[in-house]
Design a protein around this ligand. Structure first.
Ligand SMILES: [Zn+2]
Length: 66
């Protein structure tokens, strides 16, 4: 099951042109440490992209054999 992350979609982003709140992005693409969202305004038809950057995951596993 690869549904992880589907709940962290942003919602109600205001249109960059007319200010109307857009319920959800029409498209998104996940990349390493970032996700691109495409928003389309239903009122004026304006499209814009927003990119969310995430903190780099700390996968450093340093075995401290003492
Ligand atoms: Zn708009």
């Amino acid at each position: 099951m690869l549904t992880a992350g589907s709940d962290d979609l942003p919602h109600h982003n205001p249109c960059a042109q007319c200010g109307r709140l857009i319920a959800a992005p029409v498209w998104f693409e996940k990349g390493p440490y970032r996700t691109s969202y495409l928003w389309r305004c239903v009122r004026c038809g304006y499209k814009f992209e927003a990119i969310a950057f995430f903190k780099q995951m700390n996968h450093e596993t340093r075995a401290t054999a003492a």
